[in-house]
Design a protein around this ligand. Sequence first.
Ligand code: ASP
Length: 363
Amino acid sequence: MRIFTAAIVAGFMASAGFAQDSENAAQDDGSWAIVVHGGAGVIERESMTAETEAAYRAAMNAALDRGGEILSAGGSAIDAVEAVIRAMEDDPLFNAGRGAVFTAAGRNELDSSIMDGSTLNAGAVAGVTGIRHPITAARAVMENSRHVMLTGEGAEAFAREQELEFVDPAFFFTERRWRSMERAVGDMGLPLPERPDGAPEPEEIEEGHLDLLEREHRFGTVGVVALDMSGNIVAGTSTGGTTAKRWGRVGDSPVIGAGTYATNSCGVSATGTGEYFIRLNIAARICHEMEIMDRGAEERTYAAQDAADSVIQGDLTDLGGDGGVIVLSASGETAWSFNTPGMYRASWGSDRDRIVAIYGDEE
Ligand code: ASP
């Protein structure tokens, strides 16, 4: 276990704007940790089928396996975060990449960001429609451009220059997301968009299943925070945003400080109604609170949990927002906090057993 003075120094340097190189932060004590979310919402035991629940638990376990394999072999947090999110973007269970929700105009507009706590470098893309792995595009923005956030066509032009993989927009199509958008658009009194070119023939979907989907998967964003053996923390988030969003709406997920934040003392990824997370600068606020706590106490064991709870159960709830966060500290402490009935979440590390949980009453 890394001692807390390391966290204090890392936190001070990060908040004072010092870029640390990974060698300075290196502890090389062989410890690593990862925490993952797959979205928060009205996820309740009563309305979940055994099959759906098993599918989510398997997906969360697979995410831990993938990240744990990289980190336990001494791989970097940035590679772990990217690899785990890429796989979740390909999994239609999640609202990221394939399986993303639709805008009111019938498109999938994807947002993603990544931040490297060791350098405070960050990259993000918003409103992209053809990049198969938006998290890889976010990483490319961070590593290969002078900018932090690129949007829409510009982001896609950059991704083409970087030779990233492009897919036909129909690749992201799932019937259930299409149908829940149609419902939302109908409720808003807007015209139904045309089914996209290349989408499969319409399938039967049980109405009850759609009700469930609307409640359960109101969110569904994915996020990962990892700590590697060199003591570096990286956070990343990827999403399709919110169902039937309009006018180029961008949520918190690609906004550094709101949906994603990392220093070398703290990393956060968020999920929930982005409009609240942006206004409260949720991810950076949690890191800031942790740093204050770390400085105020010699050894505070639950700084990540306390900071997450104070911001989610306090600030977010007071403002009327809903959702949750995952948090990781320099000592490898992982935490989550959410004010929705459930959140798909999982954690694992060199010094602890894995946890996969869905409902609010699980650990
Ligand atoms: N935070 C995302 C957004 O507002 C939605 C989500 O977490 O699912 O775009």
